[in-house]
Design a protein around this ligand. Structure first.
Ligand code: PHE
Length: 337
């Protein structure tokens, strides 16, 4: 015979002690599982005489009903507690600062390089490229600087072998393009150049943009027009421009081009050393000797060439006083562009 009072009591005690859903599951199995206490009693009913069956059956079924409803309410209580615990542990403080992912940006030198390219492309110039590890022939010889020429002293060359060097300027691209193509032509050649030199205004690697235009009747006034247009777009339309006689072995006549000092507006200051002018590029009419080196007839063709330092132009445009800042990668500097 079932002692429903004592089963009920132990069940309720165990129910109360169950502190988790898995402990509760153990209690369920113990009482109403396949081999549970109450299940066994229900099974034993079939072997009982009729009148016993009625009262016993009723008691067991009542107890089973109680067990099931108690289990169900404890289960939902434990479930709620679990959920509450999980919500608390996974809570997100939406007032906390988010994680910051820094976004990179264009280096000031690349930015100015692109502006220079855009200005010349708008004037119909193409863009050419050449090797940074260059033959002595292209860097010097074909540009009218033979081995014993004193003008080679102007450029502190990195030698790899007697014949192979790091290019000291972008002018060798003039020769390489003229060897491959026939006039008319106009292009710029931006790129890295190397000189053994390092101080506040020199780094061993820097950038130049070369320019070359060749046709049957290219004149010095064409050179002036192109460079003035470039300067007025790069700086401002009011910027004064001055051509000063100079010397390069590969141009004749040659000039250095100055702009009115953008810091003192020509009054004279520390940056322009009191002159009111800042030198920004070298230029000239292609020397007939250079045309002969590439097999162009100097009686038919004339041309102009120019070369500018990108770091220098960037420094003037943004008022930067130390070229080394471009290559130190201090994020506080780079962020300003
Ligand atoms: N290559 C010269 C330099 O680096 C600049 C230049 C280029 C001058 C083209 C005249 C013509 O100083």
């Amino acid at each position: 015979m079932i002692d429903s009072g004592s089963i009920k009591k132990t069940f309720l005690d165990e129910l109360k002690a169950a502190a988790s859903l898995s402990e509760l599951q153990q209690v369920r199995i113990k009482y109403i599982g396949k081999k549970g206490l109450l299940t066994a009693q229900l099974k034993s009913l079939s072997a009982m005489p009729a009148e016993e069956k009625r009262s016993f059956g009723k008691a067991v079924n009542e107890l089973k009903g109680l067990v099931e409803s108690e289990l169900a309410s404890k289960e939902s209580a434990l479930g709620n507690a679990d959920l509450k615990k999980r919500l608390e542990s996974e809570a997100i403080d939406v007032t906390l600062q988010g994680k910051y992912t820094p976004v990179g940006r264009e280096h000031p030198i690349n930015k100015v390089l692109r502006e220079i390219e855009d200005i010349f492309v708008a004037m119909g110039f193409g863009i050419e490229d050449g090797p940074q590890v260059e033959l002595d022939y292209y860097n010097f010889e074909a540009l009218n600087m033979p081995r014993d020429h004193p003008a080679r002293d102007m450029q502190d060359t990195f030698y790899i072998t007697d014949d192979v060097i790091l290019r000291t300027h972008t002018s060798p691209v003039q020769i390489r393009v003229m060897e491959k193509k026939k006039p008319p032509m106009r292009f710029i050649a931006p790129g890295k150049v190397y000189r053994c030199d390092a101080d506040i205004s020199h780094t061993p690697m820097f950038h130049q943009v070369e320019g070359l235009m060749v046709d049957a009747d290219i004149s010095f006034s064409g050179l002036k027009g192109v460079l003035e247009t470039f300067i007025h777009r790069m700086f401002s339309p009011e910027t004064p421009v001055r051509f000063r006689p100079s010397f390069f072995p590969f141009t004749e006549p040659s000039a250095e081009v100055d702009i009115g000092c953008i810091f003192c507006k020509g009054m004279g200051c520390k940056v322009c050393k009191g002159t009111g002018w800042l030198e920004i590029l070298g230029a000239g009419m292609v020397n007939p000797r250079v045309f002969e080196m590439v097999g162009y007839n100097p009686e038919i063709y004339t041309g102009f060439a120019f070369g500018m330092g990108v770091e220098r132009i960037t420094m003037l445009k943004y008022g930067i006083d130390d070229i080394r800042l471009f290559f130190e990668n201090d994020i506080r500097f780079l962020r300003q562009f």
